[in-house]
Design a protein around this ligand. Structure first.
Ligand SMILES: [Zn+2]
Length: 233
């Protein structure tokens, strides 16, 4: 006859194996899901292309400024040459003023656009950095998870061989009964009894009669409430 103690010891190992399997499933699910890696490729490309468009724009405005600057130099040399008539002078002066004004307007626009270009460049860089960081983090997590899987496989092997040696000493019929009970009772076939005479699996207080039966440590006494075999250490 198998004692409740032997079955309880077997169950301790089985619970260990259950725990390993549960954790393994969780680790495998995390590996399969991958980590939440944001795909910001589109965002990065959008900002990059906006920055490029603006840069093009800035470039042609600079060329425009150069042209105006050249013109201004020509106008100024006419202004100060001394060969220009008084009437022409005031016309040239007006043109100088207007050209200077255009240049200053363009310079302001260029400054604004350069600022906008930098903003887009930075946003593109940020998006790429964010993706790279998430990727790096994931690589680390993946290595760790795979390492844990190997550990769990080793732990399971050890537990499995302990279980086999113990199960080999028990009668087949008792083992089958234990396994059936475990299947039907949410993985726990053997319920411990605490000092307060309570079945720790279903929290039912045991009768004096049951407690008396439990004094015989070789006897398999079921809990009258949950049907598990009681084990009092
Ligand atoms: Zn019970």
């Amino acid at each position: 006859m198998t004692t409740p103690r032997e079955l309880y010891d077997l169950q301790v190992i089985d619970h260990r194996i259950d725990g390993i399997d549960t954790e393994r499933k969780r680790v495998e699910q995390r590996l399969a899901a991958g980590v939440n890696r944001p795909d910001l490729t589109d965002e990065a490309e959008r900002h990059s292309s906006q920055a490029l468009t603006i840069a093009d724009n800035v470039h042609s405005r600079r060329e425009e400024v150069d042209r105006l600057q050249e013109r201004l130099t020509g106008l100024e040399s006419r202004l100060y040459s001394g060969n220009t008539s008084r009437r022409d002078l005031s016309a040239v002066q007006r043109e100088v003023d207007s050209t200077r004004y255009q240049i200053s307007q363009l310079d302001d626009t260029i400054l604004e656009q350069e600022e906008a270009q930098r903003t887009h460049e930075e946003a593109a860089r940020n998006a790429r950095t964010q993706m790279q960081d998430a990727e790096d983090q994931w690589q680390g997590a993946e290595t760790e998870l795979n390492g844990r899987l190997s550990e769990l496989a080793r732990e399971r092997e050890t537990a499995e061989s302990e279980r086999q040696s113990l199960a080999a000493t028990l009668p087949g019929a008792d083992l089958q009964r234990y396994e059936r009970l475990r299947r039907n009772k949410a993985g726990t076939a053997i319920a411990r009894v605490d000092n307060g005479r309570v079945c720790l699996s279903c929290r039912m207080t045991l009768t004096t009669n049951v407690m008396r039966q439990l004094r015989d440590k070789s006897r398999q006494v079921p809990c009258s409430a949950c049907g598990r075999i009681l084990y009092q250490p």
